[in-house]
Design a protein around this ligand. Structure first.
Ligand SMILES: *Cc1c(COP(=O)(O)O)cnc(C)c1O
Ligand SMILES: [Zn+2]
Length: 483
């Protein structure tokens, strides 16, 4: 019997390789994008074949045993250490409770209505309330390893974001502390109070410039090229690696059998869907799963460059073009030129080669469908953000198109907690969407608080009278019969 608390002895030999020009670089340097061509990197473990000497059966046993580990280094995404970043040491691993998010079966009502079994994986139950924590746990563990190795006395972690990336980066940086210092760059006036409160609460330096996300992105990329800063946007390949843990957890939850699963993932910058496909491919290559699941990317018609690319049937005719986005309720996925598109293409080809033409697909949904689906899911006990609503809308659309086969079931990614996106719920319930979203609420679903007694009336009552008046008002409102 192995001891699930003992840290693994295996070490990988990792290299960056550029999807643009194919060049390879060692991981001793802090590289964000390819110095030669500016392309995005993937991380390659040159000692991956060594893992294949262990059978799929044995890997399943190892990971199942580790699920009960009390070693904090192995409790989160590094339960899958050998598949993750097997160059960091036990002492480098940062664990804030990320990963192992619950897979919650869809409520009976929703299953009956859609006619398909499905479940939500609640990635909003990560520490900063989005899946971004998976990637940050990996990126910060690697960063800690680098700092230790080089003896750096100051490292600035930087990201541009209007939401979940900055919340996650600021959280992990503040936990690690010295010599890390966290800076986030936000577009002035374009962030909601909730989005702003997370990095502020974590003590990050929050800087603002006029403009939009893209302006911030250009500024931080210029910084990364000219100064020693660790840039934590999703071009950072360590983040992609950490996010692969989502796929590992799904497979493990279903006892390593995902042959009949349809995995729905929203696409923004396309880092998440890259990681999900990459993760399942790793499990397949090691025989840990015997067949790939089907992966469905979902995009809004207001930000749909990946959908447009894959909607062309003949691969030779496909042509990638950035699109101009219009406002989307799936704000975290509102990206017209996804930085990880080359990564999606890289893995989609492998997926199709192994699983056939329908192993990877992209579904288009409307803003209206996204909002209706989020409200519907949450009215039945789920905690989906707008992007989680987008996945549900994607499932319904896929069913409508006849894409879900007999016996198949779906797993929807609720990428963040509903609370982060409560502003959109407010707009739905109060019918106050700005026209550019194109959302008309179903007012039969609207919900609002009702004031039973106003302050003026309360002032005129004694405390006892007030209690009686309020209780009577409730009984009347609800038509309660007295005992
Ligand atoms: C970042 C994010 C997305 C989009 O993920 P990509 O990796 O950019 O495609 C979706 N939902 C939420 C809640 C996010 O924070
Ligand atoms: Zn390159």
């Amino acid at each position: 019997m192995r001891n699930a608390d003992v840290f693994p002895r295996y070490r990988g030999n990792m290299e960056y390789f550029c999807l643009g020009c194919g060049q390879r670089h060692g991981v001793d340097e802090l590289l964000y994008t390819c110095p030669s061509c500016g392309g995005v990197f993937m991380l390659d473990n040159l000692a991956f074949d060594k893992l294949a000497e262990t059978s799929g059966d044995e890997w399943r046993e190892i990971f199942d045993e580790r699920a009960s580990s009390r070693n904090t280094a192995l409790r989160g995404i590094f339960r899958f250490y050998e598949l993750m970043a097997p160059v960091v040491e036990e002492e480098d691993i940062v664990y804030l409770g990320e990963g192992n998010t619950p897979i919650v079966e869809a409520s009976k009502h929703l299953v009956a209505k859609t006619g398909v079994q499905f479940a939500y994986k609640n990635d909003g139950q990560n520490p900063s309330a989005s899946f971004k924590d998976r990637g940050m746990a990996c990126a910060f563990s690697y960063l800690k390893a680098l700092v230790r190795k080089h003896g750096w006395d100051e490292v600035l972690t930087v990201c541009a974001s209007t939401g979940d990336t900055s919340a996650a980066a600021a959280l992990y940086a503040s936990y690690v502390g010295k010599p890390l210092k966290s800076v986030v760059l936000l577009p002035h006036g374009k962030v909601t109070p909730q989005q702003l409160s997370q990095p502020l609460g974590s003590g990050a330096t929050v800087l603002e410039v006029p403009g939009v996300f893209d302006d911030c992105m250009k500024v931080v990329e210029h910084l990364a090229e000219n100064y020693r800063v660790a840039l934590l946007n999703s071009k950072n390949s360590w983040r992609i690696l950490g996010q692969e843990s989502y796929a590992f957890e799904v497979a493990q939850w279903y006892n390593w059998d995902v042959a009949d699963k349809c995995i729905f993932v929203p696409i923004g910058n396309a880092g998440n869907i890259t990681a999900v496909m990459g993760g399942f491919l790793k499990l397949f290559r090691l025989g840990i799963i015997k067949a790939l699941p089907r992966v469905f990317g979902v995009q809004s018609h207001h930000a749909d460059p990946v959908y447009r690319y894959y909607s062309v049937e003949d691969p030779k005719e496909r042509e990638y073009k950035p699109v101009k986005v219009t406002p989307s309720v799936a704000q975290a996925a509102m990206i017209g030129n996804p930085v990880s598109f080359p990564r999606v293409k890289h893995f989609a080809e492998q997926f199709e080669a192994i699983g056939g033409r329908d192993a990877f697909q992209v579904i288009l949904v409307t803003e209206q469908q996204i909002m209706d689906s989020m409200i519907e899911a949450n009215m039945h006990g789920h905690i989906a953000c707008t992007q989680g609503g987008e996945c549900f809308a994607g499932l319904k659309r896929a069913i409508e198109l006849g894409l879900i086969k007999e016996g198949q079931s779906a797993v929807l990614d609720a990428t963040a907690h509903a609370l982060k996106f409560s502003g959109f719920q407010d707009m739905y319930f109060t019918n106050t969407f700005p026209p550019e979203y194109g959302v008309t609420p179903d007012m039969s679903l609207a919900n609002a608080p009702e004031l039973l007694v106003d302050a003026e009336a309360k002032d005129k009552l004694s405390p006892e009278e007030f209690t009686l008046t309020a209780a009577k008002a409730i009984a009347d409102r609800l038509g309660l019969a007295s005992k």
